[in-house]
Design a protein around this ligand. Structure first.
Ligand code: DX5
Ligand code: ZN
Length: 212
């Protein structure tokens, strides 16, 4: 299992130190949650902070947009050369066009689905994606309770991916901890995002290896 710790749960007063520590502890990606106060009620970080995160991170960035104007934010964050940019399909009229735009920047595109959003929405798009992000909480806040129906959803998605012979990765985001990670692995999940579980542990290395 690959782990993408969400820096939303890090201590922002010591952000550089936190990024260095989590990278040294063996994470696979750095998950960056961008919220605009419109698509979700909460506000988080913009390019000023992401710039300093990108400077110290020794692991690739995994940017999760929870915003209304996806195209604007893709253009804004592309300069930090993340590995992935995920956008919410619930907020995008032209997902195919946006996927191409992300690819033109040499970034891997991913679509994020809220818990209620059916997998069928990925028909005609799945082939063009490097990853699908399945939300396992309602987006907006870290530290929420895991919604177990995502396990069945991940299993179904894995079957869709296999049937088409694709290599698309599945990422699950929200409320992931040592109690649910095993079931996620069995369902075919490749990457889990973890904020609260990892950053509230006094040893990041221990928390990461526990999840792995
Ligand atoms: C929720 C975010 C998640 C979240 C993860 O909107 O997308 O990345 O912060 O944090 P935990 O693991 O605490 O749910
Ligand atoms: Zn996220």
């Amino acid at each position: 299992m690959k782990i993408s710790p969400s820096i939303l749960s890090a201590d922002f007063g010591r952000l550089n130190e936190e990024i260095r520590a989590i990278c040294n502890a063996g994470c696979d990606f750095i998950h960056v949650d961008v919220m605009d106060g419109h698509f979700v009620p909460n506000h988080t970080i913009g390019p000023v902070v992401v710039k300093s995160v990108a400077k110290v991170a020794t692991k690739p960035l995994d940017i999760h947009l929870m915003v209304q104007n996806n195209t604007f934010f893709v253009d804004l964050f592309a300069m930090f050369e993340p590995e992935y940019i995920s956008f919410h399909i619930e907020e995008e009229k032209h997902p195919h066009r946006l996927i191409q735009k992300i690819k033109d920047y040499n970034i891997k595109p991913a679509i994020a689905l809220n818990i209620h959003t059916p997998l069928e929405i990925l028909d005609y798009l799945l082939e063009d994606l490097d990853m699908v992000l399945l939300m396992s909480v309602n987006p907006g806040f870290s530290g929420q309770k895991f919604i177990p129906s995502v396990i069945e959803k991940a299993r179904k998605l894995k079957t869709m991916i296999n049937k088409k012979g694709l290599k698309t990765l599945i990422e699950v985001d929200g409320g992931v901890n040592n109690n649910n990670v095993k079931e996620l692995k069995h369902a075919g999940v490749d990457i889990v995002v973890s904020g609260n579980y990892v950053f509230s542990n006094p040893s990041y290395r221990y928390a990461l290896s526990n999840l792995k």
